[in-house]
Design a protein around this ligand. Sequence first.
Ligand code: BT5
Length: 327
Amino acid sequence: MTPTTVGILDLLRRSQGYVSGEAMCVQHGISRAAVWKHIGGLRELGYRISSAPRRGYRLDAAPNSPLPTEVLPLLATHRFGRAYHFLRRTDSTNRVAGELAEAGAAEGTTVVADTQTAGRGRLGREWFSPPGVNLYVSIILRPRVQPVRAPQLALVAGLCVVRAVRCLCPGLPLRLKWPNDVYCDRRKLAGVLCDLSADMDEIRHLILGIGVNVNLPPTGFPGGLAGAAVTLQEMAGIEVSRPQLLAGLLAELEQAVELWVDEGLGPLLDEWRHLSILEGREVRVHVLGQELTGTVTGLSREGALRLRTATGKVREVLSGDVTVAEW
Ligand code: BT5
């Protein structure tokens, strides 16, 4: 979107009713034909704009889309989202953010896509990323912490998703499944993917990727996910604003990540444990090709999953994939 298109949108937003084409021409030093082109561009992005002879143009509705023009005015952050890259379609926002990070992009740089053609989960799995309905976001982090702490960020991010969702949709039965899932009503609502680039003792950058199912109709999931995945709209019974949810999530993340860098997981642990769906459950954990079974006894201060095995030994797992034997 060009600065002139943004300026025209601003004019429309600030006016209660119609804005004359003439006023737009004068303000931006452009022709009538150019105004028409910019209005067309905004309509293509989903802005509903009426036009009436001799009265001009009126903004009737903005799209429920994480366009920069919708998200940036809502941002309450200092760094997160301040450099904001919106893509209508890409393979994976984590890949794009990774490239930007390699090229030196600042911490907090945020990449958002309306749809992903190769959205990634962990361990080569896929993230279903249809257009027009959900959130797919990746944020570049450069935390000054030891690389061994990096997996903790998935826990921090999951908690931030819960906090941001609660602000817009209070009362939902949101839970966290170690290490990186947000659940609602025993179905997966959101997932977190951290891509780490590090030396032995320093993190170069970390890409924090988050996918949230927002307004997809329940029938929109493919066969394998139906019954296992859930959306906010289905649970809350309302269409949820993607720009508001994203702005809220970025604010939660900026605050929580700063706290985590300074003080570790400690200040966040009680809330996390309270939301954990795994406490006391029989689980199988896949770690580096091995399978551990046992009962979850909690989370360590470092964010490791504590498991009591059949022999009574307590094991701590730093990262892995958990399957619950029985809900
Ligand atoms: C995750 O992996 O949960 C991490 C998902 C991260 C997605 C974001 S979107 C923005 C950024 N860019 C990317 O390319 N990725 C990140 P994992 O724990 O491995 O879970 C993957 C599994 O979740 C899949 O194998 C499916 O079973 C399930 N799944 C896939 N798409 C889903 C969806 N939209 N909703 C719920 N479950 C889904």
